[in-house]
Design a protein around this ligand. Structure first.
Ligand SMILES: Cc1cc2nc3c(=O)[nH]c(=O)nc-3n(C[C@H](O)[C@H](O)[C@H](O)COP(=O)(O)OP(=O)(O)OC[C@H]3O[C@@H](n4cnc5c(N)ncnc54)[C@H](O)[C@@H]3O)c2cc1C
Ligand code: SF4
Ligand code: SF4
Length: 948
């Protein structure tokens, strides 16, 4: 057996300790991770498997990757590369060294005509597309995970989706690549000099690759088999088509790396040829009486100008039919029905009309149960696609607690689809997967089905094995289909690669691995694995931990938005950590390990979560990890703490009134000693008190002296609710704008024709957010209920609109009141009611804009940007910023969270920009600290621009 396929023992514990020390000499120590919590959490991917790395290392440059590879060779320690960790087949895991990308792998360069894009492996797929949007172009690969998956993983998995098929995937659109081989050599396939050097230093490797290609091309039947298998989507094994499609061995190597799952080399940069992103779209959801009729339509549709055709069987439709806004035709469908969701795209309206007509004409001969009608209305088509993308989360979310969700990914030839799907349904019945649904990319014959198992039960492992054996035999032996169309081979399909490809092609794959990774150090056990049961080992435990997060499938979609991503833990990692603590508690495992996990979790998991809830906005199942963290915070409060919280709730008005003189004292101290000395003094005080003294900088607000009073002039009545933050916190001491938010907002409202009414006894009113963040839900909800009652009265029984001036508070109240009162955020009120009545007179120059988590959760971005653009020449929304991490008062006590979340802010403030705007007073403190310019409420910008 070749060396690459022999299972070898890992290096000793001592060797890993030495390797860790050597890595710490190579890199800053904080980028070499060995604590049990982060090893577990960072080691997790979206698959059904769990391996815990011995060392996690963050690399920031090619030179660092070369250094790490050299050390791994020295200690013979296997290494796995990681991008976003959304892989489903177990290919992004390691029980040795896991290399994750640090902060500096996000460079993007678009060619002047948009025809190519150069990308580093850390760029998220959707970010690449955002950069190409001005050219109406996009990258070819389009996995459903594109808003999370990174270029390194997209290319290394040859990921694909609804539209790209086999003609626009990474294999077809790759232009060139910078490759780091296992021996540390760098090859830039786009640079003739690098190619020439490589040919000199690695002539033998290239000659052997050439030999493999020539041998395959000379073997007619095998070459034809390779071509034929890649007419289908196929990510089982290596991209052998590189050997038949290309002659130059460097081009062969380049294309072999696509779909190589980190087992052949490290991709440090790549260039894609881009594809056109047609702007006009129309969709149709078409119901058929049965699967056979729906599948019969697919080859016909393939000849029409369709961009995507998605198939849903009846259980798939049933899984989403109760979701709000579902299209009528997929609700209460007859037994056995199937639907096709068809999309067509064009450059302009005339072309779109012609395409719709052609597709409808082609579909006329078919028996359908819903009208042949396209929709172009975005609200309608969004619901069609919501139905399609809702299937997986619906099934995953409804599975029993403790089970693992698995999404399978096979492909049939389109002409075999009806029979293949029927046979699959037969297997579901035989192996008792009741209600299992099938859906997928019909044009490519690529079908997904979702199952779940409790792998802690041995008979379930047996059932899974028997089922998978049967599926593989069916797909390969009966239909010559592919076992993994999009998701990669990983560990899950490794035992079946030879079944799909046959001995000769398998041997070629082994030789390729041997050639490029002779010491078998790159992600061993992935793609090729001699163990026939590797797919039945190392299942990930999924114990119940908290009902708020038990449905989590660890997909990682929530990670990019989390402000602590890359620093402490992400939402997925917080859940993984909590699950492991719960598992050990239940199973009575190693108490020392449990204590170490809990100790670290108290800071990485609980303390540093901003509780912003942004994770819920991208989680397919709407899981709000912040709520789970607030639960944990609540557990920390002893009876006394809860009583203090309740007391503070009852006496909030008095406490808030005291904060005014407090701020005045701070302001006076600052003006006596000066800004610089003041900041230095408070920093020292915080240091010597070991963090007990809160962080106080020169941006601490001044006291608000304005006393709000109802308008005396007539107009349309509106209830105005200034938040406790805007009532008590004025502008920063050094901000040239001196007025408080309520003063300016009232003036704006009156100038635009409103009569302002304040709720009675406003002093003690609060939405409850400060208690909610601390996990004191009971007091938080009592405060919200008190506020709702006051607003009900002020709005004359809910007949008047109410406007709140702080987005985070609006978001919480909207959730709490659930539509009972007409509550508006300042953003929507300024946009819809104020700006249309007040002409803009002087636009500002360049401003910074921050969209805080409350505004994001309410979907206010378009309106906030529109206001800012109406009032300023240039609006900068800094890249890489989500929640600012200030989190109410948290910013004073855990300022490092705000510092990390805004670490890239200052460098994005251009020269000549002196003002930043947002919609939350406490966020503005932290933003001002980090950006070095004052941030204030957007009401100030509107007031200035409109002369109010
Ligand atoms: C809910 C859900 C839906 C999905 N939908 C799709 C879909 O529609 N289509 C699809 O194809 N996939 C899909 N996937 C699977 C997965 O998201 C994609 O394959 C994705 O491209 C993986 O990218 P990643 O950044 O997460 O890579 P990772 O999972 O981190 O890594 C993927 C592989 O690439 C290797 N790798 C990473 N970086 C490098 C590098 N720099 N050099 C060399 N090797 C590297 C890793 O070792 C690993 O083997 C889905 C996953 C989930 C959870
Ligand atoms: S919380 Fe949601 S988005 Fe995050 S990993 Fe879990 S299921 Fe995925
Ligand atoms: S609530 Fe915010 S900080 Fe906490 S896990 Fe979710 S996204 Fe991250």
């Amino acid at each position: 057996m070749p060396a690459t396929l022999c299972a070898r023992p890992l290096p000793s514990h001592k060797a890993y300790v030495e390797l860790g020390d050597a890595l710490e000499r190579l890199l800053p120590p904080d980028r070499v991770i060995t604590d049990p919590l982060r090893l577990l959490a960072y080691g997790t991917d979206a698959s059904l498997y769990r391996l815990i790395p011995r060392i996690v290392v963050k690399a920031d440059s090619e030179a660092e990757v070369q250094g790490i590879l050299a050390l791994c060779r020295q200690y013979q320690a296997p290494i796995t590369f990681r991008a976003a960790g959304t892989s489903l087949a177990g290919q992004a895991l390691s029980d040795s060294v896991l290399l994750i990308l640090g902060e500096h792998w996000g460079r993007v360069a678009v060619a002047p005509d948009g025809s190519t894009i150069r990308l580093q492996p850390g760029v998220i797929g959707s970010q690449a597309n955002a950069c190409l949007a001005p050219w109406a172009r996009k990258i070819g690969p389009d996995p459903a995970s594109i808003a999370t998956a990174r270029i390194g993983g997209i290319a290394a998995n040859n990921a694909s989706g609804m539209c790209c098929g086999t003609h626009e995937n990474s294999y077809q659109t790759i232009h060139s690549m910078r490759i780091l081989l296992a021996d540390g050599t760098l090859l830039d396939t786009g640079d003739p000099a690098s190619r020439a050097d490589f040919a000199k230093t690695h002539g033998e490797l290239l000659a052997r690759l050439d030999g493999l290609a020539l041998g395959l091309k000379a073997n007619g039947p095998l070459a034809e088999k390779v071509r034929s298998k890649f007419r289908l989507k196929n990510t089982t094994g290596y991209s052998l088509n590189a050997l038949v499609d290309y002659d130059d061995p460097i081009d062969i190597l380049l294309h072999l790396l696509i779909g190589s799952e980190g087992t052949l080399a490290f991709i440090s940069e790549l260039t894609y040829r881009t594809v056109v992103d047609l702007p006009r779209k129309a969709s149709m959801m078409l119901l058929f009486p049965d699967m056979a009729e729906a599948c019969r339509a697919i080859p016909i549709l393939k000849k029409t100008p369709v961009a995507a055709v998605e198939l849903l069987d009846q259980p798939a439709m049933r899984s989403v039919e109760k979701m709000p806004g579902m299209p009528a035709c997929i609700i209460d469908t007859p037994d056995g029905a199937a639907a096709l969701l068809i999309e067509t795209r064009a450059l302009d309206a005339a072309a779109l009309d012609a395409q719709m007509a052609a597709i409808i004409e082609a579909l006329k001969p078919f028996h359908t149960l819903s009208p042949l009608e396209f929709a172009t209305d975005l609200a309608v088509t969004a619901n069609y696609w919501k139905a399609r993308s809702g299937v997986f989360p619906a099934v995953a979310g409804a599975r029993p607690v403790g089970t693992t969700v698995i999404i399978e990914d096979v492909a049939f030839k389109v002409e075999d689809l009806a029979a293949g799907v029927t046979d699959l349904q037969g297997l579901f019945e035989k192996y008792h997967y009741e209600g299992c649904c099938i859906y997928g990319h019909a044009l490519d014959g690529n079908m997904h089905f979702v199952i779940y198992h409790d792998f802690s039960i041995p008979s379930e492992v047996e059932r899974y094995k028997a089922f998978l054996d049967a599926v593989c035999a069916l797909v390969v032996n009966k239909y010559d289909g592919s076992l993994k169309a999009e998701h990669g081979t990983g560990r899950n399909m490794a035992p079946y690669v030879e079944l799909e490809w046959g001995a000769a092609a398998y041997q070629l794959m082994v030789e390729i691995k041997d050639l490029l990774d002779p010491e078998a150090l790159l992600n061993p056990g992935v793609v090729l694995n001699p163990d026939p049961n590797v797919h039945l080992k190392n299942f990930k435990p999924m114990p119940a931990a908290d009902p708020l997060v038990d449905a989590c499938m660890e997909c990682g979609f929530c990670e990019p938005l989390c402000p602590t991503n890359g620093w402490t833990l992400t939402p997925r990692q917080r859940i993984v950590g909590l699950r492991e603590i719960a598992r050990i508690r239940k199973a009575g495992g190693d108490p020392e390990r449990a204590a170490a996990l809990r100790r670290r979790y108290a800071y990485d998991g609980t303390r540093t979560c901003a509780a912003c809830g942004l994770c819920s906005t991208v989680c397919p199942m709407g899981i709000n990890t912040g709520k789970m963290i607030k639960h944990l915070r609540a557990d920390r409060w002893e009876t006394l703490g809860r009583a203090v919280g309740r007391w503070a709730g009852r006496h909030y008005g008095g406490l808030l009134a005291l904060s005014g003189p407090g701020l005045a004292v701070v302001g006076a101290a600052r003006s006596v000693v000066g800004d610089k000395a003041f900041t230095a003094l408070t920093r020292t005080a915080r240091k010597v008190s070991l963090g007990l003294v809160p962080k106080i900088t020169s941006n601490v607000p001044t006291q608000v002296t304005y006393r709000p009073k109802n308008s005396t002039t007539p107009g349309r009545k509106v209830v105005y609710l200034p938040s406790c933050a805007t009532r008590s916190m004025g502008p920063a001491g050094f901000d040239p704008v001196r007025a408080s938010v309520p003063e300016v907002f009232q003036r704006l409202l009156e100038k635009s024709g409103f009569q302002v009414i304040y709720p009675e006894n406003m002093g003690g009113l609060c939405c409850g957010q400060p208690w909610d963040t601390q996990g004191l839900k009971e007091t938080a909800d009592a405060k919200a209920a008190e506020l709702e009652a006051a607003l009900f009265k002020a709005s004359e029984g809910g007949t008047l609109p109410i406007v709140s001036d702080t987005s985070t508070c609006t978001s919480r109240m909207k959730e709490f009141m659930n539509g009972r009162l007409e509550l508006k955020d300042l953003v929507e009120f300024l946009h819809d009611e104020v700006l249309p009545k007040l002409p803009v007179q002087n636009r500002e120059g360049t401003i910074m804009l921050h969209l805080n988590c409350g505004a994001r959760k309410m979907g206010m971005q378009p309106k906030l940007v529109a206001i800012a653009r109406a009032c300023a020449e240039t609006v900068i929304e800094p890249e890489g910023m989500t929640c600012c991490g200030f989190s109410g008062m948290w910013g004073f006590t855990t300022p490092e969270l705000n510092e990390y979340a805004t670490r890239n802010l200052a460098e994005q403030v251009p020269a000549g920009c002196h003002d930043g705007y947002s919609t939350n007073r406490t966020c503005e403190i932290g933003l001002s600290d980090q950006a070095g310019i004052p941030y204030r409420s957007i009401v100030h910008l509107v007031a200035k621009a409109t002369g109010a």
